[in-house]
Design a protein. Sequence first.
Length: 704
Amino acid sequence: MRILYRLLLVYCLFLSCNKKQDDKEYHKYTNDLINETSPYLLQHAHNPVNWKAWNKETLDQAKTENKLIIVSVGYSSCHWCHVMEKESFENEAVAKLMNDNFISIKVDREERPDIDQIYMNAVQLMTGEGGWPLNCIALPDGRPIFGGTYFTKEQWIKALTEISNLYKKDPNKASEYADKLVKGIKESQLVAVNNNDANFNKTEISAAVKLWKEHLDFKDGGLVGETKFPMPASLQFLLRYSVQNNDKSIQNFVDNTLTKMANGGMYDAVGGGFSRYSVDAKWHIPHFEKMLYDNAQLVSLYSDAYLISKNESYKKTVYETLNFVEKELMASNGAFYSSIDADSKNKANKLEEGAYYTWKKDELQELLKSDFPLFQNYYNISENGLWEDGKYILYKTQGDKDFAVKNKLTLTELDSKIKNWKQILLSARNKRPRPHVDNKTLTSWNALMLKGYVSAYRAFKNPHYKEIALKSAKFIVDNQLQKDGSLNHSYKEGKSSISGFSEDYASVIDAFIALYQITLDEKWLNKSKQLTDYAIKHFQDKKSSLFYFTSRTSADLIARKMEVADNVIPSSNSIFAHNLFALGHYYSNEMYAKTAQNMLNNIKVSALEAPMEYYNWLDLMLNYTNNYFEVALSGKEAVSKTSELQSYYLPNILIAGSTKESKLPILENRFVENETFIYICVNRACKRPETQIDAVFNQIKNNF
């Protein structure tokens, strides 16, 4: 028996060794990226290019060997990153050229936004545009001298050859150019201190919105242009502005945009969730990658819009999107993954953009049988919905009510059919090869998703959404919050890594404040304050009151940048300013309040001149130009009455509450046993306490 056991053991070891040998033979090349955790970097671990990660050892090697550096930046779900990899980085001749003459560094822009920020800035200065893949050539000390986005194989070979020859023949010329470029990088986005007294008024904001209106597509929604990005946080501002200033044209624009997006091909009608953007002007043809940050912010936007309109389509969009997030982007520990790729394998087993999401007409006919004619009209399986190569993207152009009337159906009957169609198509789609999921977890994006769940809970009172929000917050505290009070940026496979950036602090503080407002658990408010104090100490520029993107302890970067302009995600500085404004009220902290005001004052001129790029600053400005209410609820029913109050769209209030005596300045000495009183204050002047929410709502609504 013992001999038999030994023979089996030897046999198993033999199989194991052979398997390892097979694995090695399967991958002809393996580079240093095999030791990384980023899915994007691991995708390049078997390129013939000798890719390295960004670290001190790699940077020192470039200096020691006096070699130019290639900084190639992308992310896991980037379609054109995959294209350039296939054409150039998997090509042995191109790889030899890179390996012989350069130190090649791969960077995941989501994992290292600080590096991406600097080299993107360089490319924008050199070419006037940017995007991903981002490819930059730098001197051995990291100073950039050449860059661009996607290059064909021929363009890339030409660029590598010419830059390499230039550096060998005339390194001084390359260095002089690098000096000028680095000077431009350091000077770009520098914020001048505004020494004038802070003075914000409604007229200025209205003028900025009027300027913005020239770029709005009132017919199809979004901004005028051949491509459409959702830009959810900017729509949040426009929604708030329209309600507080009774601007029906803007409110109708936002409603139209939300409807067009939810009906368009950018929204996954079968599985829920939104793609990154639409490549056409009518929201029909998506760029199929799905990003956590888009879906997180869109959930908040549609939830808020529902509070105003009670539009059932918005509710359905939120529910389906969150269902998608939990099924495809959520881990069991409450962490959220980053993205889902645009590409997946088609029937020929080749990667193809949108293969997982598109349909052939005969396939739909076979699946839906007698229901196909109705489905065909509902989702435009016609010239309207046709994409390319006989593939269709589901695309609605009618509201359910109008469609039901035209087809002699009740809304209940139509809704039943739609649910059945979706289930049939989802079952069929689940048999297809799935797109790749980038399963790293980013702290800032997780905070956005946490806030999305808070927004959904406020709007729909679904206890499951509060449960997920708390689970997400617990994940951040247990894994990303470090013993010294700092945050880490990334998490994957049980490992927390990379010191956090200002976006992580700003977004987590914002999410925790929002979580406090639905739970009234002061733990979340206290953690927000602790993180704020840490960020002030390690990130803030005392002269401008603004925050650098990286901590003062960060190294190995040629410049330290500030993020002030709002993009698809609001800038970390504008979120910080909102946070400091709120915390100033909660803690009666004059330093916080004054810092928020100074930050806004320093950005004011830029915000009024370019409102689309500074929308979140304008949102903060509304707090100073319209009445802003502190609503303090104290007593045994504080939680339920808070929930009742949050059923209304009230963007200009700060909610504080407690079911017991609280030391929070805004609540101190307001608790009365067996009673619940609601205090409404403006600029520390409070009215007589109320006991009913409808009276509170009317007071605020009448003084918007």
